[in-house]
Design a binder for this molecule. Structure first.
Ligand code: ATP
Ligand code: MG
Length: 296
């Protein structure tokens, strides 16, 4: 059972989590490049949406570190600020408090080193073929000239099992296939970190399972760094090697769990079910503690 440091993390202030992780040492040892420090540092980050009348605080002083080749999952209920956090890491929103650093440098805006894959199936321009869709960001960002871009696009289209559909248009593909194109397009940019916002949430259960399997197989091959958002406990445990649990709105970090021992094959087993229960408890602890209290 490697749900480590759980008890230590009950009141999950950033300092306590860091302390716990340092004492535990396991997580750092499991990452391939721990000596180089974290790839992504999210430190005391509060995020807000401001309109003329109101300020909505989406996250409150959230902190976590993502190391190279981590599959780091943000798990939390709807509205807790997961997408907002991902947008901040992508550079679309600036924190009102705290810092986000990539390779030690503050994030100041969007960049080709951070690519987002969204939940929606309509994130591909419909007038471009699969291959053109995957090659487009490479040429648009002047990362590669056209020929090399098409070569690299081919490589990643093959990796996601869509070689036969390279010349098809998005409307000729299923939802799962479109998501694979979006993943190929993101990986082709070879970003420092791949950001995925509930990328499989709109898929049926079987396809979702297959996509999780494929993502893990791709990770085994390419070893990219992943920041993955979900509100599914099972998906968090399957996809992630680490899972950060966020409280309901405004999102605060409640705890971090190691989950690297789990994959699709472990879902029926007792350790997996125990992990599901513990994450469930942590996820819903406020509601249980506050049962009977009036909520606004
Ligand atoms: N553009 C916006 N303007 C104002 N408030 C917003 C905006 N986008 C999100 N919010 C608010 O910020 C909070 C966090 O939203 P966010 O979309 O990050 O949640 P989430 O955890 O991704 O939820 P879900 O699981 O439903 O996708 C919510 O209370 C939401 O109402
Ligand atoms: Mg969201």
């Amino acid at each position: 059972m490697t749900l480590v440091a759980d008890e230590l993390l009950r009141d999950s202030s950033v300092a306590e989590i860091r302390q716990a992780r340092a004492a535990q040492g396991a997580s750092a040892a499991a990452t391939p490049d721990a000596s180089a420090g974290p790839l992504l540092q999210v430190d005391g980050v509060s995020l807000e949406y401001r309109t003329a009348e109101t300020i909505v605080r989406a996250t409150h002083r959230v902190g976590f570190d993502v190391h190279e080749a981590d599959r780091f999952v943000l798990l939390g209920p709807s509205g807790c600020g997961k997408s907002t956090l991902l947008k901040a890491v992508a550079g679309f929103i600036a924190p009102v408090e705290g810092k986000i650093r990539l390779s030690g440098r503050p994030i100041r805006g969007p960049g080709p080193d951070r690519i987002v894959v969204f939940q929606e199936f309509d994130q591909l321009p419909p007038w471009k073929t699969v291959l053109q869709n995957v090659a487009f960001p490479l040429t648009a960002s002047r990362t590669l000239p056209r020929r090399e871009a098409l070569e690299r696009a081919h490589h990643y289209v093959e990796k996601v099992g869509l070689a036969k559909f390279a010349d098809s248009y998005p409307h000729q593909l299923s939802g799962g296939m479109k998501q694979r194109v979006a993943i190929a397009r993101a990986l082709a940019m070879q970003p420092s970190i791949l950001l995925m916002d509930e990328p499989f949430a709109a898929l049926d259960a079987l396809t979702r399972r297959r996509m999780q399997e494929e993502l893990l197989a791709l990770w085994d091959e390419v070893r990219f760094t992943l920041l993955f958002v979900t509100h599914s406990i099972e998906e968090a445990l399957i996809v992630g090697n680490r899972v950060a649990v966020l409280s309901p709105h405004p999102g605060r970090l409640r705890a971090e769990f190691n989950s690297h021992e789990f994959d699709l094959a472990s879902t029926g087993g007792a350790p997996f079910q125990a992990a599901v229960r513990r994450l469930h408890e942590r996820l819903f602890e406020h509601e249980q503690a506050g049962a009977g209290e009036a909520t606004p």
